[in-house]
Design a protein around this ligand. Structure first.
Ligand code: BTN
Length: 247
């Protein structure tokens, strides 16, 4: 992608995801919408995504039908893998993808993904993939977040250029979409599964009625996680409104 091709830069917006959902009809498929700050940045499960000005990457990508062999259901995995590869390029160590699609360094969250669909008269008009990567937040700003969080700059002790990060992320995201379109999802799925590092780990998943605790056996290709409990029973849990805790 040539710098600025297909990228809309906003100084301030409520949320880049909300902007894409509102403006879906007029935005070209494949457009990246980036904001310096978000006044109502949103995360999964109705959470707030802390979005102070000028220090992080807040971007949403709008894709519209026809998706040409790309199943939009895999966009969260494509996006989290793109964020994972981007921050590793900078040299951040101990990065992993926490199911379903958060990027962590150790116990601290570094990036998140929020995918939403706009449905009009029963048909998908657009799928919006929002990615937030903490880049240059100060320790004081990170402390405002209600869960342990970190930033690429804090990990490397230097500032990260937002637009350089965007170009790297866009490269990984677009390449993974093209791979899925030409060869299906298997290769990207395998990379995503390896990046998760969760197979064999004991976890607890909350949000389902009863919750599930056990050892991760595998991930299904649709992004479901397969957990074996202490009685040997296997549970397949789809993502959605769920939280995973490492035990
Ligand atoms: C999460 O981890 O809960 C998902 C966070 C997603 C944040 C990004 S920032 C760009 C886009 N706009 C939003 O309002 N949210 C996403």
């Amino acid at each position: 992608m040539h710098p600025d091709d297909g990228i809309i830069y906003l100084a301030e917006v409520d949320s880049t995801n909300s902007y894409c959902m509102r403006e879906a009809a007029s935005l070209a498929s494949g457009t990246f919408v980036v904001a310096d700050s978000q006044t109502a940045g949103r995360g999964r499960l109705g959470r707030v995504w802390h979005s102070p000005p000028g220090c992080n990457l807040y971007v949403s990508i709008i894709l519209k039908p026809p998706f040409q062999r790309l199943d939009p259901a895999v966009l969260p995995q494509i996006a989290s893998l793109a964020a994972y590869n981007t921050v590793r390029d900078y040299g951040v160590q101990d990065v992993w993808i926490k199911w379903p699609n958060d990027v962590y360094v150790g116990d601290c969250k570094l990036a998140g993904v929020l995918t939403e669909s706009r449905v009009v008269a029963g048909a998908v008009e657009a799928v919006v993939t929002g990615i937030g990567i903490n880049l240059n937040m100060s320790p004081a700003e990170l402390a405002v977040i209600d869960k342990p969080a970190t930033a690429v700059g804090a990990q490397l002790d230097r500032d990260i250029d937002r637009d350089d990060c965007l170009q790297r992320l866009a490269g990984y995201f677009n390449a993974a979409c093209a791979t899925c379109q030409s060869h299906g999802f298997e290769q990207i799925y395998a990379e995503w599964r390896d990046a998760s590092g969760l197979v064999g780990r004991r976890v607890s998943i909350t949000g389902t009625e009863a919750g599930v605790t056990g050892t991760v056996r595998q991930f299904a290709i649709d992004g479901s996680i397969v957990i074996v409990d202490e009685r040997g029973a296997s549970h397949t849990v789809r993502s959605g409104d769920l939280t995973l805790t490492l035990l």
